[in-house]
Design a protein around this ligand. Structure first.
Ligand code: SME
Length: 149
């Protein structure tokens, strides 16, 4: 699916669903419609940790609580910058969740320039994520930020 269509459909999901259902539906939509998104999750900042909230993928992760600063997720939360890891096995920060994962993107969700959460996506394909994914997911992160009070 192209990103413009996906953005439109996600806006539609937000407009037509109960607020309590929206985040899970957005996660499901991303996982179901982008073949290179193998596992999609949203972590929220709680104190000094990231806590896994809504997710979709073939398996649950053991990393449901990640200290800010640890792993690729914790690095993105600490810097406030999107992380793209083309080869997870050559990144020493990487916390392994699934043996099948080859690459990863982590996109901070910010409110007033403060990181309040992030979108984490694993791919079974190497080098799966590019600038298009980054720009698209940063827009989705902004949309999610507006939803979350
Ligand atoms: N790989 C992440 C941990 C989360 S799992 O990918 C779901 C990391 O290095 O922070």
């Amino acid at each position: 699916m192209n990103c413009e269509t996906a953005e439109r459909q996600i806006k539609n999901i937000i407009a037509t669903n109960k607020k309590s259902d929206v985040l899970q539906k957005v996660v499901d939509f991303l996982c179901d419609n982008f073949t290179h998104y193998s596992w999609v999750g949203i972590y929220m900042v709680e104190g000094n940790d990231l806590i896994l909230g809504h997710w979709k993928g073939p398996n649950a992760t053991e990393h449901t609580k990640i200290p800010i600063g640890k792993g690729v997720c914790g690095s993105a939360a600490a810097s406030g910058k999107t992380e793209i890891v083309a080869d997870v096995n050559s990144d020493s920060r990487y916390l392994s969740c699934f043996i099948s994962t080859k690459s990863e993107i982590v996109v901070p969700i910010k409110k007033n320039n403060i990181v309040i959460g992030e979108i984490d996506i694993d791919s079974d394909k190497p080098s799966a994520f590019d600038k298009k994914d980054k720009l698209f997911l940063e827009k989705i992160a902004d949309t999610i930020s507006i939803l979350i009070s």
